[in-house]
Design a protein around this ligand. Structure first.
Ligand SMILES: CC(C)(COP(=O)(O)OP(=O)(O)OC[C@H]1O[C@@H](n2cnc3c(N)ncnc32)[C@H](O)[C@@H]1OP(=O)(O)O)[C@@H](O)C(=O)NCCC(=O)NCCS
Length: 323
């Protein structure tokens, strides 16, 4: 059996999507494994975000698995990692992970992590071989969308806009402001690739929370909307969201507004469900989401290289699940 790890190509996408659904569906014991993930798309959307950071595994010339890297500046995430069930336990995932770790080395990524099944010894042990250690649970949460408008008071002090509403000439400045925001949460954390991926692939929009007093960006939420995105039908999925405090408002208050505006945005798109993941390391954000009516649909565990907590700290208001 000859295994080759190579860059994923556009021509592999259909096969990669099949292996992705089949492998998760089989692992979870679903009667119809291919129904897993419904009409959401992870494979095509992640490949197009940066084709150079997508890997394929071939055995004897046949496509059998893939893995994807998200390069968030100093932070890197990988997955979904999938191998065709007929070839499990033959070391193929490890070959994909060897190459993945080489890429992180080239990118000089400082904080690397993954979201995985907390109840699976196979998964935990596989990643431990690469010095990833289980930390807090990550809750994938949701709430039904209430289409009511945001409160008047918050509109006066803080307002929101969408990245798609920003004039073309001001977009690069906006992206720099987004980077400054995430960099202030964790040095080098850079979500620009995800904002651009959503904009270029028309997957949804990015919500920008602005302090009207000094026109400063104080919050950001990158949202996927509907089918053929990471959200799936009727759903707005916050892939990443975070806030900082400003002069006279705490991060906690700004987070209230960000959640409110995400819901308002979802309603404006005609979507009925708002989904966002939060790591329980971000305890204040997790508590806030519970208080705002979010319920956990399922949970996994975050594993990080060297057991590094990164920005998943108690007082950091961030939403992401690294799925
Ligand atoms: C998870 C998955 C990618 C693993 O692929 P794979 O090619 O079978 O994995 P490998 O053969 O490379 O490695 C598995 C390793 O885990 C080890 N392992 C498996 N079960 C184990 C257990 N209970 N305890 C300890 N180690 C275990 C194996 O021994 C092997 O390591 P070794 O060869 O050094 O002994 C594959 O099962 C899959 O596609 N699953 C469905 C999708 C999925 O869950 N993806 C990952 C989401 S985070």
């Amino acid at each position: 059996m000859e295994t080759l790890i190579r860059p994923l190509r556009e021509a592999d996408l259909k096969e990669a999507d099949t292996v992705f659904r089949l492998s998760f569906g089989r692992f979870l014991g679903l009667p119809d494994p291919m129904s897993f993930f419904g009409d959401a798309d992870y494979i095509g959307t992640r490949f197009r975000a940066d084709p150079l950071l997508s890997l394929a595994a071939e055995v004897d010339g046949k496509f059998v698995g893939s893995n994807f890297i998200a390069n968030w500046g100093s932070v890197g995430i990988f997955g979904p990692l999938t191998v065709h069930p007929d070839l499990w336990a033959k070391g193929i995932a490890k070959r994909l992970l060897d190459k993945t770790m080489d890429i992180f080395k080239e990118l000089k990524t400082e904080h690397i992590g993954i979201f995985t099944f907390s109840n699976s010894p196979k998964h935990i042990h596989l990643y431990q071989k690469y010095d990833f250690w289980p930390r807090f649970l990550t809750a994938v949460m949701s709430k039904p969308v209430n289409p009511a408008n945001p409160t008047k008071q918050s509109q006066e002090i803080i307002s929101w806009t969408k990245y798609s509403n920003i004039n073309k000439e001001r977009r690069s400045e906006t992206l720099v402001n987004c980077y400054s925001l995430t960099d202030s949460i964790y040095r080098g954390l850079d979500l620009r690739i995800e904002i651009l991926s959503v904009a270029n692939q028309k997957l949804g929009d990015s919500i920008l929370l602005v302090d009207n007093k000094n026109n400063r960006l104080v919050g950001l939420a990158i949202c996927h909307c509907g089918q053929a995105t990471e959200a799936g039908s009727n759903t707005c999925y916050v892939k990443f969201g975070s806030v900082v405090g400003n002069e006279d408002r705490s991060a906690s208050t700004n987070f209230d507004n960000l959640l409110e505006y995400c819901e308002h945005f979802a309603a404006s798109q005609g979507l009925s469900k708002l989904v966002a993941g939060v790591n329980i390391g971000n305890l204040a954000a997790y508590r806030k989401m519970i208080s705002k009516g979010f319920k956990t649909d399922y949970q996994g565990v975050m594993m990080t290289k060297n057991n590094d907590p990164g920005y998943h700290m108690e007082d950091v208001y961030a939403m992401d699940d690294w799925r």
